[in-house]
Design a protein around this ligand. Structure first.
Ligand code: BGC
Length: 348
């Protein structure tokens, strides 16, 4: 079968290969992936900066944001049937008894990223216990479930932390970044009724700015406007250190900043003392969040359905480019105007 592969650690080793078709072991399913989303983590893997092949393999099949059809059941599987549409979660624990999305580095593997093959292939296998079933009505946007699950976990952390300390729900949010994660965070926070300011460095007439405004957020072009005011919640989705620090400064009393980016090493802070004292005197909380558990995938599916009902084709417009397997490189290259690029393995 055909699969999109890299040799982890080797830059520009992205190749379409012919590899053996996998077969499901006990408790596993064989999947026929329909769509696979591409994200910044894939980019890092392709650049040779991240990623690990499974034991005994010199290549890694990419793809951790998948929508798939169940093609075959391994022994003992009774929670899904052949033909079901599903989204698999990414991470599997290795000798770790914490919730899987809290397992520390070294105590997990991840499909398409770290030690397990992914779904950018004609077939893939995964554990049946880590699947969520997709309602037919959202099959066109369900490939967004995984990135949205990461947002759901971050927003849940932010909202519960704020509420548990202040005794009321947050009302205002600042979302830093208008890539897929930033726009999905804007979507979830708007569905929850918060007043949202979305910030990016694209011009006000860009698609990203328009999408943010269309669902009722205020858009700020940070290349030309300075941020002002304070917010109950800040969701950081740029991965830029200076932006994350600005986010901390923009929190109001009791506010919570959720960091969803990966920040480059180094960086210097001019006035760390004032920023930290202000965090103490205002009871600010900064929380990092990565990966997501099954309940966040369920929440993501619910919010995708709600967003489709309320905002029409808005979630679908986040997918700015699709490419077939024969043209796979197209899905793995994108411009600043692209939001989510998707590899289409089977047309539905
Ligand atoms: C995925 C997470 C994963 C993380 C680190 C992200 O792109 O969405 O599920 O844990 O990369 O590997």
């Amino acid at each position: 079968m055909k699969a999109v592969t890299v040799i982890p650690g080797v830059p520009e080793s992205l190749r379409l290969r012919d590899v053996p078709k996998p077969s499901p072991r006990r408790g596993q399913v064989l999947l026929k992936p329909l769509m696979v989303g591409v994200c910044g983590t894939d980019k890092e893997i392709i650049e040779g900066k991240y990623g690990k092949a499974p034991e005994g393999s010199d290549y890694l099949i990419l793809g951790h944001e998948a929508l798939a059809e169940v093609a075959e059941l391994g022994d003992g599987v009774d929670n899904v049937s052949v033909g079901d549409l599903v989204v698999p979660t990414v991470r599997r624990p290795v000798n770790c008894d914490l919730p899987v999305d809290y397992c520390p580095v070294g105590k997990y593997v991840e499909h398409g990223i770290w030690g397990l093959h992914g779904h950018a292939a004609e077939y893939s296998v995964t554990d049946a216990a880590y699947l969520v079933k997709v309602p037919k009505e959202i099959v066109d946007i369900a490939v967004l479930t995984e990135p949205l699950s990461v947002v759901e976990k971050g927003v849940e952390l932010g909202v519960t932390a704020y509420q548990s300390r202040l005794g009321r729900r947050p009302e205002t949010a600042l979302v830093l970044g208008a890539g897929p994660v930033g726009l999905l965070a804007t979507m979830v926070l708007r569905l929850m009724g918060l007043s949202v300011t979305a910030v990016a460095t694209r011009p006000p007439d860009s698609l990203k700015a328009k999408l943010a405004r269309e669902i009722g957020a205020t858009y700020v072009d940070a290349a030309h406007e300075k941020l002002a005011g304070t917010y109950d919640l800040v969701v950081e989705a740029t991965g830029a250190t200076s932006v994350a620090l600005e986010g901390l400064a923009r929190l109001g009393p009791g506010g919570v900043e959720v960091l969803l980016g990966v920040y480059p090493p180094g960086g210097r802070l001019e006035d760390a003392g004032s920023l930290l004292t202000d965090a103490v005197l205002n009871n600010k909380l900064v929380v990092g969040s990565v990966n997501a558990g099954l309940r966040h995938f369920d929440a993501a599916l619910r919010h995708l359905k709600e967003a489709k009902d309320k905002f029409g084709d808005w979630p679908k417009r986040l997918i700015t480019k699709t490419a077939d397997l024969d043209n796979y490189q197209e899905a793995y290259s994108w411009t600043h105007e692209d939001i989510k690029t998707v590899l289409v393995l089977q047309h539905i």
